[in-house]
Design a protein around this ligand. Structure first.
Ligand code: ATP
Ligand code: MG
Length: 287
């Protein structure tokens, strides 16, 4: 099997010229480093959420998924350890930008708003508070960094330089449409999707396809509707708990030798809570 890349979280194998196998590991990264311990079953959970959302938005855009069933994979890829955590996908020509949609003011966009009243060149009305819902979701693309460096926010004009006007307009409107539909669904399940990152690619016919992973706690920010309050940062159902633990224990810039069991369990419970709310069923039922 040809392993063409190992990201921080996923391993990718080239099946043939048309297909890839993406295997989601249980690894977790924080502050750009892979942690010394895994979060058990995190990869299965992420893979299943992503598959759910691809299907949920299939009326808006075609996706890269060919199958998530081990039985459908070519024989040499039917590895038991891939069960539940892998996707056979169409190999695409990926667009060199990450499509980020923000529905709420938080994180780096909150900081940028405080300094300039703008986010990625988009003017935002005065007087907004941290975590407040934006009047309308905004599209804030970033250029895809090579491994080891950070993605960089770019303006929409820069995206047009990279992709041309038609394609830029198309990925912008598609991204917002997808975000809108999914954010509405999540709200009905008690979760706010504060922001989301999408990646698109083109197939051999030049058709726009949504790829990578979507709307997982590794690529989006989910907040609990019950405890949501503007004017402060929110508890998000992802690795924020881990990041806080690392910061408080002096590991913001160096890797710990191991993660204590309670940190692993607490982190897992955040991912599980997100999964169970979105999927409307307990995780154990479907693995
Ligand atoms: P990080 O660990 O920081 O996310 P990464 O993005 O390089 O690093 P992965 O997310 O594991 O690592 O890698 C997935 C790579 O595969 C990305 O570069 C993504 O753009 C690419 N990709 C996703 N779907 C497809 C596809 N259908 N065809 C071709 N490439 C794809
Ligand atoms: Mg990635």
């Amino acid at each position: 099997m040809k392993n063409i890349s190992s990201g921080k979280v996923r391993d990718i194998y080239e099946v043939d010229e048309k297909r890839l196998l993406m295997v989601v590991s249980d690894r977790i990264s924080a502050f750009d480093h892979i942690m010394p311990n895994d979060i058990p079953q995190k990869g299965i959970l992420l893979n299943q959420m992503s598959a759910f959302w691809f299907d949920y938005v299939s009326d808006l855009i075609p996706n890269h998924v060919l199958s998530t069933k081990l039985d459908d994979f070519p024989k040499e890829f039917q590895n038991e350890s891939f069960q539940g955590r892998s996707m056979l996908v169409k190999k695409l020509k990926m667009l060199p930008i990450e499509c980020i949609v923000r529905g709420y003011l938080s994180g780096s966009s909150w900081k940028s708003y405080l300094q300039t009243s703008e986010i990625c060149g988009i003017k935002i009305q005065k007087g907004m508070k941290e975590s407040e819902k934006l009047p309308t979701p905004i599209f804030t693309p970033s250029s895809k960094a090579h491994s080891g460096s950070h993605d960089e926010n770019i303006t929409f004009e820069k995206a047009i330089e990279l992709l041309g006007e038609d394609l830029s307009e198309k990925i912008k409107s598609k991204s917002i449409e997808i975000y809108d539909k999914c954010a509405r669904y999540a709200l009905s399940k008690g979760l706010i999707i504060a922001d989301a990152k999408f990646e698109f690619g083109l197939d051999n016919n030049g058709e726009l396809i949504i790829a990578d992973e979507i709307l997982t706690p590794d690529s989006s920010r989910f907040w609990l509707l019950d405890t949501y309050e503007i004017g402060r940062s929110q508890d998000s159902l992802d690795k924020q708990y881990l990041r806080n633990w690392l910061s408080m224990n002096g590991y913001a810039n160096k890797l710990p030798n191991y993660l204590p069991q309670h940190v692993i369990e607490m982190t897992k419970s955040k991912y599980l809570e997100c999964y169970e709310k979105i999927m409307g069923q307990s995780f154990e039922v479907i693995i």
